[in-house]
Each structure stands twice: as structure tokens, then as C-alpha cells.
Design a protein around this ligand. Sequence first.
Ligand code: ATP
Ligand code: MG
Length: 394
Amino acid sequence: MKEVLLCKYGEIVLKGLNRSRFESILAKRLTQKLAACGNFRVERGQSTIFVEPLDKFADIDRAFEEAKKVFGFVSIARACEVQKDMDAICAAAKAYIPPYLAGASTFKADARRSDKRFPLSSPQIAAQVGGSVLEAMPHLKVDLKTPQITVMTEIREHAAYLHASAEKGAGGLPVGSSGRCLLLLSGGIDSPVAGYLCARRGAQIEALHFESIPYTSERAKQKVLTLAKEVSDYAGDFPVHIISLTRIQEQIRRNCNEDYFTLLLRRSMMRLADRLAEQRGCFSLSTGESLGQVASQTMQALAVTDAVPTRPVLRPCICMDKEEIVVLARKIGTFETSILPYEDCCTVFTPRHPKTSPQPEKVLAEERKADLSALEDEAFAGLYTVCTDEIDPI
Ligand code: ATP
Ligand code: MG
């Protein structure tokens, strides 16, 4: 019996004239993700991408798990492909479906017929398939309203497909369909989630991390690289650029009023990020900031940092509670790494009384005292890059 994956698109079906561009990006992303699972054929058709194993080494269990991480699909199902013939379909219902119903006490059979030349209507197909399932598993009850499992028969152009295992896909839009975005990645909980969320809307991520050696350690950097690697499981491989802020931070500490340290540092980060984004063709920046979470994330403080970059700053966590961000961090597998106890450059020289309602002109006056432009040039010149496919997680 031939088992395939049916990966169904979400929003892409609404894309009108651009649809085929989105579809080909989606197929490319899926193909990349399946490369580690063996030999598969990936074929498009009727709002679905079909994934078919090409030899006995193709690992369909793993392919199923990997496909669930590809943005752009609303559902992924393992399905049995059969001839468009009711006898063959009913035989498959008896042989293929029972393991998926193990442990269930109720089910419902449903059918969809995109090939309208098929002689039976959808309710007729469903009734026959349901009958076959009941013959194989007579203890089951049919529950049309709240079934534990739905057995689906799809009559499509080339074949019929039976499945009882459709799971939610990753949603969103395929990575690369919305342009490139530079993610400011720290070792915290929020910025990896921000990266995941931007990628989920189709952004192709590059990351920028600021270190501050000797105030931050090699271990702290390894932690950030591990987070990048974890995000790349969804976002695809991406470069992580690293810039040292040590001399900038020391200069701010020597010359400026302590209450402004964090704000000045964040403005400096934004200037460097904007410059790198220009060089890398990134149309936006992204951060893990959340309104009111800390002093530098009040509206007034955000206005002061937001005034720096020339491109939009995407802040997907801005209106999320910490708890909601944590739920997502756990789901995508970054949480345990994020809570490892290593320092971040933002926690070095933190003011005792940070300004929560900074006045822009006072910030600018402090910034002039630091005279950071030569140091920023030097920091930018020292940038180096690691790609997520070269990272060994800690
Ligand atoms: P996170 O937001 O990652 O959980 P955090 O909340 O401790 O960490 P903040 O100090 O609140 O981080 O910083 C807010 C945002 O600024 C981060 O979400 C991240 O986008 C960016 N940022 C902070 N530190 C760094 C860093 N060392 N390198 C790059 N970006 C950083
Ligand atoms: Mg944060």
C-alpha cells in the first residue's frame, strides 16, 4: 500500500496572481526540510503538496514531523493512495485505517470529491467507507457531531486518498515570501520567539547578536548560537552576525549620566543594526520587545530607540504577556536554552534608576557627550558571521 503525505496550503490560496510564486517557494522549503529524511518526490496540485517516498529508505515518520515545521501549510496528513475505484477504496479503509483508530471509540467518515467525474457523491463515498471501517472495527460508534477521529476520503485528479491523521501544520507563509528581516537576537526568551514569528509570516531571517567581552562570556555567545540553531529548525538556516559593543559600552559609562545607559546602548544597537540591514538587503529589523516589560520598553523609551532606524522594526511580541511568549518558546523548543544563566550585554552596567519616560532632547544631549560614531565604525568593522548550519549546540 502506498503511503504519502498530503500537505495543505493555508492563506496562499488567497494570493490570486501571486499564488504560483508562493507555491514554488513553499515547495522549495518543504524539499529542503525533507532532504534529511531520504528520497521523496514533492509535487504540487490542487492546494496541496504531495510528498511521495521514492524508495524504502525514505523515512516517512520523520518527513511527517519535519513537514509540520514548514510555514505555509495548515494541515499535514499521512494518507494511503489508492485507485479511484470504490472496491479499492473500501479495501484500503479496512486495511490502512484501523491502526489510526486504535484507542478511539467514536469516528465519522467524511469525503471530498474534487474530481466531479467520479460516479458517487461525497455522502455516498463517506457512507461506504464508514461501513468498511465498521466491518473492520465493529466496536466503534459513529458520531457525526463530535467524533474522536474523522476518516477522510479525498477523490482527486490522479488518485483517491484515505487518511485519519491530519494534524495542524505550522501555519503562516513560506519563509522567503515576505523579504529579509534582521533579527536582534539576545540570549533571552523573547527574541528567539520574535524570530520564529517573523519567519512564520514569511520573513527570511538573518540574526545580529551583540557581545561585550570580557563583560559577557564565550558561553553566553554559545547559548545565543544554540538559540539561533533552534530557530533555524523553522526559519531555515541563516547567518548570525556578531558585533562587539565593549568599547561603546565603556565609552557610554565614562561619559554619560547613568540613568540613560540602557537607552543610549539600545540606540547604538539600532544604528549598527540598521547599517547591517542596509548592507544585507534586509527591509526590516525585528526585536523581542514587549510593551512595558522593562524600562526600555515603555512607549516613551521605545519612541527614543525607534527614532534611530530608517526601516520598520517588527516587534511581534509587543502585545504579548510573558506567559504567552513562554508558551511559544516551549512549543518551538527554545525555552530551556533561553533560561540557561548567562549574562547579556544589556545586563552589563545597568542603571539603578533607568528612565522610563525619557525626554528625547535629553537623550540626544547625553548621546552627544559619548561621541560614539568612530567607535561604532570600529565595532561594525569587527563584525564576524557564523551560519546556523555550522553551529554545534551547547
Ligand atoms: P529577550 O527579549 O531576548 O528575552 P530580554 O528581554 O532580556 O531578552 P531586553 O534587554 O529586554 O532583552 O532586550 C530587548 C530586545 O533587544 C531583545 O528582545 C532583542 O531583540 C534585543 N537585544 C537585547 N540584547 C541583545 C543582544 N545582546 N544582541 C542582540 N539583540 C539584543
Ligand atoms: Mg524581553
